[in-house]
Design a protein around this ligand. Structure first.
Ligand SMILES: [Fe+2]
Length: 490
């Protein structure tokens, strides 16, 4: 007879992260031939993958932050005008242990001291942040752990991927950059030993998928390093004081705190020379770069383009000096560094004047001069703001800034509708920059349902070319990628 104690059936507590459109979806589904309004372009053949944080079980501690959900991958495969949906949880070690126990065993975000002793030392990674395709491999990524490889056809989990043992860090960014010129993937890791530390490692992965070189440098403080920049000549990090230290974690405090007494700094590293050539720059105020658009070289000048806010991510992680401080919205900035000057200062300019996040460019122009910028945004001229969710105010629009024409245009997703991160797909390999489509999941909040909307990237204001209708709600996601059909197996 089974002597294990019976556990109660799960019940998610009434938290903002579990409410309404943000409620756990927890469904692994296959839906063939989704309904479509309009017509999916025939040239659009491939698979859109994206990651979300969809908790399998109610939080062990009774409360949680949305970043701690289990990795759920959504894929929509497009071929001959048809669309097929597949959703699967990533079978992380955490997921499998909790599935077997029928309850949460792991506690607070990146805090092993809050875990059930039965899982001490086990892998806490959730693989919930992004999906990356490189050298024929589909990797689910979360910055606190190593990549997890997935089968691109079935989304079945193949297991932890450590580049044949060459990955020295226990962590790996969710925002690696693929150089479209060389095919190389450049990635990094922070908190590289798996706890709080100042070491940052840069990993160079060849076009054929071998990790061939690792460089390491020390940051001035241990902190969140969510994204970075790669141009043809340089690698750059904006380091902001979203600090972490192990004593606070041991005391059960949030994993990150905003320390507004510390400076925001930039490290610029020559790609060829590596960290021996590192240079440090100081931002004159305080603030946080959330996600990068792009980075490019113009003679001796390095340009970094990113969404930047003058506060920390205070809605998730408090300011240790001023807990009443409130988060500020991000704006797109271009920071320019004359690498021939000995100065620690750099030039700052607005890239365009519009709040936004989830920045995207045509991936064929990454590391080089680009002029077409796409992003999620809110434009109250087109429609009212939506009720705040766990991530703050939902987007109501997708924005397009065409620097060549100096024009900004918007796709407004409609009443009670929230678009998510756009994904750019070129019309053809030889198409001009920005000539292609944008894919975006759109939350139909009143219907508790999700659509995948396809926009012509040259005319986002014209509305959808096609709307792929899901019969269910897909949990809100973070980051995704497009893989052309000819690169997929089978
Ligand atoms: Fe991100």
């Amino acid at each position: 007879m089974d002597s294990r104690p019976m556990s109660a059936a799960p019940r998610f507590p009434d938290l903002l992260i579990h409410r309404g459109y943000a409620a756990p979806a927890r469904m692994e589904v296959d839906v063939y031939d989704l309904e479509v309004d309009g017509e999916i372009p025939r040239e659009l053949a491939g698979c859109y993958y994206r990651a979300s944080a969809d908790p399998q079980y109610p939080p062990r501690l009774g409360t949680d932050i949305f970043l701690n959900g289990d990795g759920m991958i959504h894929s929509v495969r497009l071929e001959n005008g048809h669309a097929d949906l597949k959703t699967r949880y990533v079978r992380t070690e955490k997921f499998k242990l909790e599935r077997a126990a029928r309850r949460a065993l792991f506690g607070a975000y990146r805090n092993p001291f809050t875990d059930d002793p039965a899982v001490a030392g086990r892998n806490r990674g959730t693989a919930n942040t992004s999906v990356c395709w490189h050298a024929g491999r589909l990797l689910a990524l979360k910055e606190d752990s190593q990549p997890i490889e997935l089968d691109p056809r079935t989304l079945a989990t193949r297991g932890t991927f450590d580049f044949a043992g060459a990955l020295t860090s226990k962590t790996f960014t969710a925002h690696p950059k693929i150089d479209p010129v060389s095919g190389e993937m450049i990635a990094f890791a922070y908190n590289t030993e798996g706890h709080t530390s100042t070491g940052i490692e840069i990993h160079f992965i060849s076009a054929s998928g071998e990790l061939t070189r690792t460089e390491r440098f020390e940051a001035p403080y241990a902190s969140m390093v969510h994204d970075f920049h790669v141009s043809q000549r340089s690698i750059a990090f904006t380091l902001y004081p979203m600090i972490n230290d192990w004593e606070r974690v041991r005391n059960g405090e949030p994993f990150f705190h905003w320390n507004s007494t510390l400076p925001t700094v930039v490290a610029v590293i020559p790609r060829a020379e590596g960290v021996r050539g590192i240079r440090w720059y100081r931002y004159p105020g305080i603030g946080m770069a959330t996600h990068s658009f792009n980075s490019w070289d113009e003679g001796p000048v390095l340009h970094l383009e990113q969404f930047f806010t003058g506060s920390g991510w205070l809605s998730q992680f408090p300011d240790i000096r001023d807990p009443s401080a409130r988060e500020l919205p991000p704006f797109a900035k271009r920071w320019s560094f004359d690498l021939t000057s000995p100065s620690e200062e750099f030039a700052q300019a607005a890239l365009f004047d519009q709040i936004g996040e989830m920045p995207v460019i045509d991936p064929r122009y990454l590391t080089q001069r680009a002029r077409q910028y796409f992003f999620g945004t809110i434009n109250t001229d087109l429609g009212p703001m939506l009720e705040w969710g766990p991530k703050g105010p939902p987007f109501t629009c997708i924005g397009h800034f065409d620097e060549a024409r100096g024009a900004t245009s918007f796709y407004y997703a409609g009443r009670n509708s929230a678009p998510e991160e756009p994904c750019f797909v070129p019309r053809s390999p030889a198409a001009p920059e920005g000539d292609g489509w944008l894919l975006t999941m759109v939350g139909r909040r009143a219907e508790n349902r999700t659509d995948l909307v396809i926009l012509d990237a040259r005319a986002v204001g014209a509305g959808p070319v096609a709307t792929i209708r899901m019969p269910c709600r897909l949990h809100e996601g973070f980051h995704g990628t497009w893989v052309p059909l000819e690169q997929l197996p089978g």
